[in-house]
Design a protein around this ligand. Sequence first.
Ligand code: GLU
Length: 435
Amino acid sequence: MASKPKLSTSQIVHPDKDPVLNEENPFDSMMSRFDRAAELLNLEPGIYKILRNPEKQITVSCPILMDNGEVEVFTGHRVLYNTSRGPGKGGIRFDIHVTLEEVTALAAWMTWKSAVVNIPFGGAKGGVVCDPLKMSMGELERLTRRYTVGIIQTLGPDSDVPAPDVNTNERVMAWVMDTYSMHVGHTVTAVVTGKPVEMGGSLGRREATGRGCTIVTTDALEHLGMHVSKSTIAVQGFGNVGSTAAKLLDEAGAKIVGIGDRDAAFHNAKGINVKQAIEYVKQHKSLKGFKGGDEISGADLLTLDVDVLLPAALENVITTKNAHGIRAKVVCEGANGPTSAAADSILDEKGIFVIPDILANAGGVTVSYFEWVQDRGGYFWDEKTVNERLIEIMRRSFADVLALSKSHKVNMRTAAYMLSMSRVASVHRLRGIYS
Ligand code: GLU
């Protein structure tokens, strides 16, 4: 583990500052939704047992020569939750609080997410326990390469395809792709997605998750008889997903009245200048000190009187401790697992329309799929085509989940789990049990 980890960034969680953070561990959160959907689907016991277990969990030690000449040993995980529908797909996160249990939950969510939008992937996730903001570029590169070699047996365009996640980016994906390619002896672009465009990345991938959130938020508001151009929005988390969603919703005419990250949150009833906020974060690495609104607490950001609340940071932000205070009409889950399972029923009772994470943030993996297809075909699309196809898939998936939620009289989350689990289950039935 890195020596003397000091946590100092908007991306990193401070459990001591956040008493509600660990209300549930993410795996329990995922599993309780899974169990409810399994019951409603009347899933047969065999399939139920298969789907509630991860296929493969790998933990590796990564010794790294640090810049100060000392050796540190970092722990990394990669979990393939289910690959019945296609290669494992899912990001790699670098975070001091990564655990195998969290990575397993995130890999399961990737399985359901790929199935909700009906793209031919399974679910996987990776995580390395480290504090990337305390590490130099060279240390991060060495760690990325060593971790890649540690999990190289699972990696490959047909077996396991990583992407960026919390605290990783195009740069990190370039190192993963290069390390893998060096080991197999030729360039394999399709082994990761979210790469730089110059080396086989897709146009539109960086904005895809935030764009997907914008598309389903627009559809949800329409479904509720409202219009995005007349809506007010609060965005929690101002990394790639939150800032892109804020920018696109702002461009669609919505008023972004609240934004916040780990270090600071702001309210401006007249509307925050999102472009200025993005520029500010580029320069200062966080919103701390931003002058575009009144500073409020992170807790108050979540309970602002808005039409849409868009949590776009980490797990367990909406819990039984604060769910009663949420005043938004729509919650669009840009993050993975931002609402604890125990808080679901509180939001339901309040009549809040929740667009669940496995649907709301699926724009990222959808354009990852486009990137993988483009890499394998060696033929690249323009950004307009990428965005049009993304809109098509997100809108169709939103409509599919909404229709199921109406026909089964369940909320959107349960409907999304039912839809995705039934798709995965059906493939297992068709493939049979090889034993
Ligand atoms: N990390 C993103 C997610 O949680 C993207 C995964 C991918 O594109 O494979 O959905």
